[in-house]
Write a protein that binds this ligand. Structure first.
Ligand SMILES: Nc1nc2c(ncn2[C@@H]2O[C@H](COP(=O)(O)OP(=O)(O)OP(=O)(O)O)[C@@H](O)[C@H]2O)c(=O)[nH]1
Length: 314
């Protein structure tokens, strides 16, 4: 039986950061990782793959809605390749769900779908709650509440930026007595994170979602001036505020087009950019995904064009 652990948590809570850290530990590098993202392009896959030699499978779309076909097929296909020696003999599977996933149908499928349940065992569910936005997110988004209610343990992330104790109280209000710890940038003990849990079999096979959430893709062939990009992200975070659930992507800067800058924002919080050593797949193109609730479709691209024009004339 192959143990499967589910890593969940709302958009931008720090799931990819945690997995990168876990996979850099030699004792945990023999894990297969299945990443699911919401949005039109998959970036986590590139961020993870760019940093580590791991198995990554991606499906864009919502795993909890595609779960019958996608997750089951992915796990069975991986297991077949493992048995055939086509991929390393991984010892466990870590599933990173999309931030918008209701974990109930995912857990339901893992535990009840015959072929999967015969070869895989649901081992544990760890949910990430961000210390900055966690309490508000838990109040506003049903997916985030289900993620906590179905967790075996919760890791509070970004304690360096927010009130970890308040986030823990919000978590305990949903599941009193839950094992909660805080760690910065995924620096939690993997043996604790992935200790065996007692996942409940949820009744729900159908996902429950926040209303009106959609993704917008910004693509650019020409590099963008660093100042324009920074001003655009700040303006979006300030003006779209809570409607901007997530922004992330790879940007080609006019000042340094040879390597991609990784940009991240979560609601009003703009994280400092990071750099990748090279463009994944060699494609030097800015690709930024916004996940929003009620953001007009053309607003982000028009705002960027207006700021670029302003910066060019300054
Ligand atoms: N200061 C600080 N930043 C963090 C911490 N954990 C994650 N981040 C930053 O938060 C941003 C989002 O982190 P990700 O790991 O991409 O979050 P995610 O949950 O995988 O995001 P989605 O897949 O879009 O839901 C990145 O800029 C990270 O560097 C932390 O503990 N402290």
């Amino acid at each position: 039986m192959i143990p499967v652990s589910v890593v969940t948590g709302f958009l931008g809570a720090g799931k990819t950061t945690l997995l990168r850290r876990v996979l850099s530990d030699p004792a945990w590098a023999d894990s297969a990782v299945v990443v699911n993202e919401f949005g039109e392009v998959a970036l986590d896959h590139e961020l993870l793959a760019a940093s580590e030699e791991v198995l990554v499978n991606v499906s864009t779309g919502c795993l909890c809605c595609l779960v019958r076909t996608d997750l089951g097929t992915t796990l069975m296909d991986l297991a077949r390749r493992r048995a055939a020696g086509e991929v390393p003999a991984y010892r466990r599977v870590l599933v990173e769900t999309s931030g918008l996933a209701d974990p109930a149908p995912i857990l339901h499928a893992l535990m009840t779908e015959a072929a999967v349940a015969e070869t895989h065992r649901l081992h544990s569910v760890v949910t990430l709650v961000d210390a900055v936005l966690g309490p508000v997110v838990l109040e506003r988004h049903p997916e985030a509440r289900w993620q906590v209610m179905l967790a075996d343990r919760v890791l509070v992330t970004k304690p360096d930026l927010g009130d970890a104790a308040a986030a823990e109280r919000a978590v305990q209000a949903l599941q009193p007595g839950l094992d909660v710890r805080a760690a910065e940038r995924g620096a939690a003990e993997p043996a604790w994170l992935f200790a065996p849990g007692e996942p409940a079999v949820p009744q729900e096979a159908v996902a429950r979602h926040s209303e009106g959430v959609g993704s917008i893709l910004i693509e650019r062939e020409a590099p963008v001036a660093a100042l324009a990009l920074t001003l655009w992200m700040q303006a979006l975070a300030e003006h779209a505020g809570a409607k901007l659930l997530r922004l992330k992507g790879l940007a080609a800067l006019a000042e340094e087009p040879a390597r991609p800058m990784v940009v991240h924002a979560v609601q009003h919080l703009v994280h400092p950019p990071e750099w990748l050593a090279e463009w994944p797949g060699g494609e030097r193109r800015t690709r930024i995904v916004l996940i929003g609730q009620g953001i007009p479709r053309h607003f982000p691209a028009r705002l960027l064009a207006a700021i670029e024009a302003e910066v060019a004339t300054a």
